[in-house]
Write a protein that binds this ligand. Structure first.
Ligand SMILES: Cc1cc2nc3c(=O)[nH]c(=O)nc-3n(C[C@H](O)[C@H](O)[C@H](O)COP(=O)(O)OP(=O)(O)OC[C@H]3O[C@@H](n4cnc5c(N)ncnc54)[C@H](O)[C@@H]3O)c2cc1C
Length: 268
């Protein structure tokens, strides 16, 4: 019996997981709270076919030498007592041949990754691994919805820039204030809405949900990518599937971080 394959179903791809020890060669504050690092090293074989991809970045205690792990059946393995903190970051731009990748870090102030980003200088090292896999969304939808906070700006920005000419995309992004807004060059047909926290702590507002709830959606079948604080991502997903007629299979809610909890993420 042959099974019908949904042409809209997102495609999962596995990659060979490679570990790389890279060196910071440029640091740019693209906005006051978003710091871009260019990291150079061996980028041979690096692939990232989806905007939702992530690399794992390793953060070692200050004063210790970064060690590249070996990949075991359960992922990265380190000698006893040397296991670093690990956090996920989005490959924003890269060039395999020239041997560089750029990662954008939110300077949110607390945690090994934000701490590294606040103090790293030209010449600092960063070990990264992956991406281990990708989920590629086919260009088979009538339009695309993107929603997220600033941690999702790299993924949402990539998606906006990578969509083909004429693709309809509606994006809702929460940032601290107007100074944190980024603009994107895209051939897509983009409607971009920024909402501002204006001093409220990140992860505590319903600004994204409210803006999505207010939005008039184009006609047809859409794929939604929601990313950012866990509760926000879940609430927008519930709104889309419960009240806006979205097919649950066509909504990805990626909890990138959880308010008040270190190293927390959740996928729905
Ligand atoms: C697939 C994926 C891709 C991601 N891509 C990026 C990216 O490209 N750029 C990026 O900046 N982040 C990205 N993130 C989010 C990032 O991994 C988390 O914010 C992570 O928790 C940061 O680690 P930390 O060591 O700074 O803080 P943690 O040690 O994890 O947390 C310390 C404290 O800070 C809080 N916290 C964590 N993140 C934030 C935040 N953004 N704002 C306010 N408080 C926060 C936590 O709730 C906790 O109380 C991504 C996450 C995932 C899952």
């Amino acid at each position: 019996m042959s099974e019908t394959v949904d042409p809209r179903a997102p495609q999962r791809i596995r990659h060979d997981t490679r570990m790389r020890l890279l060196t910071v060669t440029a640091i740019t504050d693209i906005t006051p709270l978003m710091r871009r690092f260019r990291l150079e090293g061996d980028l041979d074989g690096f692939v990232s076919p989806s905007h939702a991809d992530h690399i794992k970045a390793f953060f070692f205690p200050a004063g210790t030498t970064p060690l590249l792990p070996v990949i075991g059946p359960k992922g990265a393995e380190f000698p006893p007592g040397t296991r670093p903190e690990m956090r996920d970051y989005t490959p924003r731009y890269w060039d395999n041949a020239a041997g560089w990748i750029e990662l954008d870090f939110v300077l949110h102030g607390d945690g090994p990754a934000a701490g590294w980003a606040a103090q790293a200088t030209i010449g600092s090292s960063l070990a990264i691994g992956g991406p281990r896999g990708s989920v590629v969304v086919p260009m088979a939808y009538d339009w695309y919805l993107l929603a997220g906070d600033e941690t999702a700006l790299p993924a949402i920005g990539r998606r906006i820039e990578e969509l083909p000419p004429g693709a309809k995309v509606l994006a809702v992004i929460e940032v601290e204030n107007a100074a944190e807004e980024q603009s994107f060059k895209t051939p897509a047909d983009l409607i971009l809405t920024y909402v501002h926290r204006n001093g409220a702590p990140a992860g505590t507002t319903s600004l994204i949900l409210d803006a999505v709830a207010r939005a008039e959606f184009p006609a047809g079948v859409a794929y939604a990518y929601i990313a950012g604080e866990v509760s926000m991502a879940k609430s927008v997903r519930a709104h889309l599937t419960g009240q806006r007629g979205f097919n649950v299979e066509y909504v990805k809610a990626a909890g990138y971080w959880r308010l008040g909890v270190a190293d927390a993420k959740e996928d729905h």
